[in-house]
Design a protein around this ligand. Structure first.
Ligand code: ATP
Length: 363
């Protein structure tokens, strides 16, 4: 095999692979993780997203080796680290961890926290590199209690990246930060992980974290994978009502695929849809209509009444009650342009634009 072939082989090996992994905690009647399979490309950022108790942290702990699976296989960089006959302990898996509370060593300064896992012959140089990467040069003598929340998080990330791990695992890394800092740290953490060329798996229950930081999102529900895709895929083409409603806001209505398959017959009339699918005319489906696809018109189209509204700065979020020809009445959420002057009780007309309408097969 020549160098080029080796390189392409390395590129095709997933950093992490889980095959049908099951984990039941002692004393539990139901598995916390029910046969999960997924793979994470080298150099990508993957988020495990789902509601509390769906098994995200358990999956992360199985990858790290803090828990042992009952069955299934886990591979890191192409090597089996856990199956029925193989067990590689956490300290030999080449994992970097960033914990929710950062877990910095309080008695060590920034330099020594970052250098903790580095080999002695390259330690000083690696610390310098990482300090620059996480933008903490000049603060190396400070102790954790002398740092802001954002700076502590950068130390934790730097400490995890310093020993060149196969993969960095981050458990709810933004949950201790207030809203402004959270938004800023999402960008910084993404930038640092990308600049380091690292592979990262992040656990969150916050869809904004997942949408803004990830190359791929793994949406989990009740110990299973519900959908895997890019943030755009998962948002624009949710495959289930659960995903449509968990990732962003959505209006879910039943429908039937129309004769040309590009529009769907619903109680609101024919709804156009740009989502390609291979379902035949007449097939019952659900439609996910994102609030931003509802557009006010001067007349015609569908009529509704403003039931409630809230101004967010970026939009006016309006609940529109539609009861003309619709039984029972539908309440639709629309994100209107912030300049739209609407009031509670206003009668309005709207149409549905096709870009953020997705066909969901389940019925
Ligand atoms: P959260 O967002 O609340 O942290 P999660 O999606 O990370 O939730 P897990 O912490 O993986 O979910 O928990 C999955 C299930 O396993 C839950 O029902 C939880 O109660 C259970 N569980 C987690 N840890 C243990 C444990 N050590 N012993 C027994 N059951 C556990």
């Amino acid at each position: 095999m020549d160098a080029k072939q080796i390189l392409s082989e390395v590129k095709t090996i997933s950093a992490i692979e889980l095959n049908l992994v099951v984990k039941t905690y002692l004393g539990s009647s139901e598995p916390a993780v029910k046969g999960i399979s997924l793979s994470v490309d080298s150099g990508s950022i993957v988020t495990l997203l789902g509601p509390s108790g769906c098994g995200k942290t358990t999956t992360l702990r199985l990858i790290a080796g803090f828990e042992r699976a009952d069955s299934g296989e886990i591979k890191l960089a192409g090597k089996v680290v856990s199956d029925m006959s193989t067990w590689v302990p956490p300290e030999r898996r080449g994992i970097g961890m960033v914990f929710q509370d950062y877990a910095l060593f309080p008695h060590l300064n920034v330099r020594d926290n970052i250098g903790f896992g580095c080999k002695s012959h390259q330690r000083a140089e690696r610390i310098r590199e990482i300090l620059a990467l996480v933008d903490l040069t000049g603060l190396e003598n400070r102790y954790p209690h002398e740092l802001s929340g954002g700076q502590q998080q950068r130390v934790a990330l730097g400490r995890a990246l310093a020993p060149h791990p196969v993969v960095v695992l981050l458990d709810e890394p933004f949950s201790n930060l207030d809203a402004d800092l959270r938004a800023q740290m999402r960008l910084e953490v993404k930038q640092i992980i990308t600049a380091a060329g690292a592979t990262a798996v992040l656990v969150t229950h916050d869809q904004r974290d997942a949408l803004s930081i990830s190359d791929q999102i793994v949406v989990m529900r009740d110990g299973r994978v519900e959908q895997i895709g890019s943030p755009r895929d998962v948002y624009q083409h949710p495959e289930s009502r659960f995903v449509a409603m968990f990732v962003g806001d959505s209006n879910i209505i039943p429908g039937i695929i129309g004769p040309d398959t590009k529009s769907i017959e619903t109680t609101l009339g024919l709804v156009p849809c740009n989502h390609t699918h291979d379902l035949p005319p007449g097939q019952p489906v659900y439609l996910s209509i994102r609030p931003e696809s509802i557009e006010l018109t001067s007349e015609g189209s569908v009529e509704g009444v403003v039931e409630s509204l809230s101004y967010t700065g970026q939009s006016v979020d309006v609940k529109i009650r539609v009861d003309q020809g619709v039984n029972p009445a539908l309440i639709l959420l629309a994100h209107l342009h912030p300049e739209e002057k609407v009031q509670r009780g206003d009668k309005l007309h709207f149409r549905i634009m096709p870009d953020f309408v997705a066909v969901i097969r389940e019925h």
